[in-house]
Design a protein around this ligand. Structure first.
Ligand code: GUN
Length: 297
């Protein structure tokens, strides 16, 4: 059996088409959704991610600005900038690109973002709301994973979902989303991490396996049950002299081997990545609708 490929690029496109209608509705009322991204330093992956988010905004008619502070910016400067953006009515959404340089306390910066503008969903208020099943913004990557599953016909309801990785950005919020007693969720969720004793024994129990540990090709075919659905959240840059950039992207799964065994698998690139960006656009439009009193759903 060769697995169905879960094409994030196509599904993301579908969602963006739906969003265009909402952006148009806002524009007719004189509201232009606005997103501001704050990047500190020149981490190459962050530069590339922010550029992608800016391009997606432009294509949808969302106004976006990127503010870049130098690598050695002081924590107080970053906090002052966030405070300024909280008050700027042009921006309905604020995103601080992570990771921040080590001398800056990321938690402090995330805590400073006005929760109603926190389109990443990383503010503790939004994290707490998600956990109790009353989310305001769903974090982009986990929401993208849920949409990939649902729009490919794999409802997680009643399934055993095994998540590998317990990050605040992916593993933990995805657990919180998929375990809720709600439509499109209602799964039995197991979260594996570096303290998990026999990882393969757990992953082989998964009906839906989510690889989000940030370790290239760490999930091998022998760790996957026949007929499982596999979502690869990994984005690892590995050196490749044949590429102009000098690197290529690989996920956290051994895609070629697993596709001979799984029911379905998402590729890297072209799987979760485009969904993350798209769900950020969804949150920005939602923020604009809320802040202008035009929320329609
Ligand atoms: N760094 C890696 N993923 C993300 C994300 O989803 N949002 C932000 N702000 N930074 C990230």
């Amino acid at each position: 059996m060769t697995a169905k490929i879960i094409e994030g690029t196509k599904i993301a496109e579908e969602i963006r088409e739906e969003l265009k209608v909402r952006v148009e509705r806002l524009r007719e009322k004189g509201v232009i959704p606005g997103l501001v991204m704050l990047r500190v330093g020149e981490d190459p992956a962050s530069v590339s991610y922010v550029r992608g988010k800016s391009k997606a905004s432009e294509e949808l008619g969302i106004y976006s600005e990127t503010i870049v502070l130098p690598e050695d910016a002081k924590e107080e400067e970053v906090l002052a900038k966030v405070e300024e953006l909280n008050r700027d009515p042009r921006f309905h959404g604020i995103l601080v690109q992570l990771p921040l340089p080590k001398h800056i306390d990321s938690d402090k910066v995330l805590n400073a973002i006005e929760p109603r503008k926190d389109v990443d969903g990383f503010h503790p208020v939004n994290v707490g709301r998600l956990l109790i099943g009353e989310p305001y913004f769903l974090p982009c990557t986990p929401h993208g994973v849920q949409q990939l599953l649902l729009r490919s016909g794999y409802d997680p309801g009643g399934k055993h979902v095994v998540i590998c990785g317990r990050s605040n950005i992916v593993g933990k919020p995805l657990m919180a989303i998929l375990m809720q007693k709600k439509k499109g969720a209602n799964a039995t969720v197991t979260v594996c991490h570096t303290g998990t004793r026999d990882l393969a024994a757990v992953t082989r129990e998964a009906d839906i396996l989510i690889a989000a540990m940030g370790s290239p090709k760490a999930i091998t075919a022998d760790m996957v049950k026949d007929g499982a659905v596999v979502i690869d959240v990994g984005v690892n840059r590995i050196p490749d002299a044949t590429k102009k950039s000098g690197y290529r992207l690989v996920g956290d799964t051994d895609f070629d081997a697993i596709k001979e065994k799984a029911e379905a698998i998402s590729p890297v690139p072209g799987g979760v990545g485009p969904m993350t960006v798209t769900m950020l656009m969804v949150n920005t439009v939602r923020a604009a609708e809320e802040q202008s009193g035009l929320k329609t759903n």
